[in-house]
Write a protein that binds this ligand. Structure first.
Ligand SMILES: CC(C)(COP(=O)(O)OP(=O)(O)OC[C@H]1O[C@@H](n2cnc3c(N)ncnc32)[C@H](O)[C@@H]1OP(=O)(O)O)[C@@H](O)C(=O)NCCC(=O)NCCS
Length: 328
């Protein structure tokens, strides 16, 4: 490949380059789930272009002989920035040319340009994630100062014909009410399970765990989905979020759960009693009622109890992803 020239794109350039993007290679989410590839890929690309056009994003194009050979979008997160008091951004979409060598050259030029653009916009913590099989992008991130913070394993299941076990052992499952939220938040205090933010020694651990509790609050207050809580002997001992991805359904007709922000927490004194699997089973029945055919769920690969629970329910491994952080 001739010399590659990367640069930050202007908004009007992005619209005119958009028709060429479909020729590049990019990885859509829900890998290994057997959804209609074209609808999913088109939606994912359109969403990335929409983000690229927003003022809170940085879009970078790589050109070879005036031809677009790569495209990358990064978002600045005001929520995380406000929460941690640290400028936060993340690389959310990367499209590369065909061929391993070409991909490597282009990915490196995109990542370096994105990083310096994010830095000049006040981003101090940049994050990114790749499928472990995306070697060119993974190596380019590592070459641009990114460090591995989490390996995430995704599991999936076709649920249409499965009869999920009912709750037993004196466990009762019901919908969350407002009074439960403070108890759910308490369950995250003193936690030590693995995750992207909590693995980063430069972020305050307790605040990182507290974000999970905040997510329950956000889902409840904005009615983003359903929160299931488990009670045992009259005490709240666990909680789980369930959300159907409405945006994906409207755009593609694919009905499945949202990919992230689906927290689950069990009271440490009540673990190993099947409470997590009971909550997940109950949520599976709700997904079935909602017309969801395939469900996916992910966890840090080091989260042994979580992964054992998922496989026990019959979920199958579909893909692994790496999450990276770079302090700029
Ligand atoms: C992961 C978690 C939700 C599991 O809850 P739980 O109610 O204890 O899980 P269950 O009782 O349904 O058990 C699920 C499986 O994990 C096993 N398990 C539980 N604790 C374990 C441990 N410390 N090590 C290995 N396996 C364990 C159970 O035995 C069961 O498998 P088995 O029946 O084959 O033995 C709970 O440990 C937790 O709240 N962890 C902190 C929060 C978290 O990790 N959330 C997930 C983020 S994605």
């Amino acid at each position: 490949m001739e010399a590659v020239a990367p640069r930050v794109l202007e908004v009007d350039e992005i619209s005119s380059l958009a028709p060429n993007l479909g020729d590049l290679v990019y990885w859509a989410p829900y890998r290994g789930l057997g959804f209609d590839g074209d609808a999913l890929r088109t939606h994912y690309l359109e969403r990335a272009i929409g983000r690229a056009l927003s003022t809170s994003s940085v879009a970078v194009g790589a050109f070879s002989e005036n031809r677009l050979v790569g495209f990358q979008v990064s978002d600045k997160s005001s929520f995380l920035a406000n929460y941690f008091g640290v400028g936060c951004g993340s690389i959310t979409f990367t499209a590369l040319p065909q061929g391993q060598n070409e991909q490597q050259t282009v990915a490196e030029s995109l990542c370096k340009t994105s990083i310096s653009a994010l830095k000049s916009e006040g981003v101090e913590l940049a994050s990114a994630s790749t499928y472990t099989s995306e070697k060119a992008l993974t190596w380019a991130l590592q070459g641009s100062g990114f460090r591995l913070v989490e390996v995430f394993a995704s599991y999936a299941q076709d649920i249409a014909d499965i009869e999920f076990p009912r709750v037993s052992n004196g466990i009762m499952i019901r919908d969350c009410i407002e009074e439960d939220l403070s108890q759910i938040k308490q369950l995250y205090q003193g936690e030590i399970f693995p995750g992207r933010l909590v693995s980063d020694p430069n972020l305050p651990r307790d605040a990182s765990y507290a974000l999970y509790g905040r997510r329950f609050e956000e889902v409840f207050e904005n009615k983003l989905g359903r929160i299931f809580v488990a009670e045992r002997e009259g005490k709240l001992v666990g909680a789980l979020i369930g959300i159907v991805d409405g945006e994906l359904f409207d755009a593609t007709g694919i009905k499945t759960n949202l990919l992230s922000g689906m927290g689950i927490i069990i009271d440490p004194a009540n673990r190993g009693l099947g409470i997590a699997t009971s909550l997940i089973s109950e949520r599976m029945r709700w997904y079935q009622d909602e017309g969801v055919k395939s469900v996916s769920f992910g966890a840090s690969i080091d989260n042994v109890p979580m992964i054992r629970g998922l496989t026990k329910l019959g979920m199958e491994f579909t893909s692994s992803q790496c999450a990276f952080h770079a302090w700029l």
